[in-house]
Design a protein around this ligand. Structure first.
Ligand SMILES: [Zn+2]
Length: 294
């Protein structure tokens, strides 16, 4: 009898260890653990992870006027988090809620450690060539065309910084991260990319402001080998909202109205994705469909 129980005991110990170490790992590297930003989930409450691209020393792409990607992505992510929490019965975690370094691995692991059902990474595009527009990516298992390979290289390039962070935190970071976990979710991720990208151009066209449109071009959905997506064990996409390397779009990106519109577009995309796969079972409310929070 004793022997039979031993594997169970070992499992319980492992589970306890994982429970004890996982939040500690992230409280050190990802300050999403403030009481308001990281609430405990209700028993069956699902978690959505939003990932504001870059942060800290990794500023991301830069604009001609000195604006940087990491600031814009955080602003949009915070707006998106607020929208989801106000209207849906999901818990939302940000991989960062301030200007700090976080490795791409830790971003994916935050999603896996919290059994996230959706992962959305927010970015602003950069290109040496004149380019404009919004595009949504999901992971590719193979290398594709030259342009997406270059973009993936730029987005994955913060890995030099990550190596340093990983070395520093090697002993206390216990991550649940499965290599290429995303491979099992490609189909759902493609669908999520489709619904989000489907909302972006429409909402970015400003109503009632014909002289100063905040519209951006629709570049469609694409696939690329983004490192931040490969280890995520749920449907995951990376949204390149607009080109910060394009001076006109840089101005849009720092516009609060534009940021709000982007957050709303992504939110609507999420809602239609969730509707298309059927509602999750949120315990506090009988239906997860958008309804204004009290
Ligand atoms: Zn980026």
């Amino acid at each position: 009898m004793k022997n039979a129980r031993r594997p169970l005991l070992a499992l319980a110990v492992l589970a306890a260890l994982a429970a004890a170490t996982a939040p500690a790992a992230f409280s050190a590297s990802a300050p999403t653990t403030t009481p308001t930003a990281h609430p405990a989930s209700l028993p069956d409450q699902k978690t959505i992870v939003i990932d504001p691209g870059h942060g800290g020393l990794d500023v991301g792409a830069k604009g001609k006027f000195g604006n940087v990607e990491k600031t814009v992505t955080l602003a949009i992510s915070q707006k998106l988090k607020a929208l989801i929490e106000q209207n849906m019965a999901y818990r939302v975690l940000l991989t960062r809620d301030k200007d700090i370094d976080i490795s791409l691995e830790n971003r994916s692991a935050l999603a896996n450690n919290n059994d996230a059902v959706l992962f959305i990474s927010i970015h602003a595009n950069g290109s040496f060539r004149p380019a404009t527009g919004a595009e949504t990516f999901y992971m590719s298992l193979t290398d594709l065309d030259e342009e997406t390979r270059k973009l993936a290289y730029l987005e994955n390039n913060s890995s030099q910084l990550e190596k340093r962070i990983a070395d520093e935190a090697k002993d206390d970071v216990k991550m649940i991260l499965w290599d290429m976990a995303q491979a099992a979710y490609i189909k759902q991720s493609a669908r999520l990319a489709e619904t989000i990208q489907g909302e972006l151009p429409a909402l970015l066209t400003m109503k009632g402001r014909p002289s100063r449109s905040l519209a951006v071009e629709n570049r469609g959905i694409k696939q690329a080998r983004f490192k931040v997506l490969t280890g995520v064990a749920c449907p995951a996409v990376l949204v390149e909202v607009a080109f910060i390397s394009n001076p006109e779009e840089e101005q849009k990106l720092i516009n609060v109205e534009f940021q709000t519109n982007v957050a709303q577009a992504i939110y609507r995309g999420l809602v239609s994705y969730i509707k298309s796969i059927g509602p999750p079972p949120p315990p506090p409310s009988p239906h997860p469909s958008p309804s204004p929070a009290p």
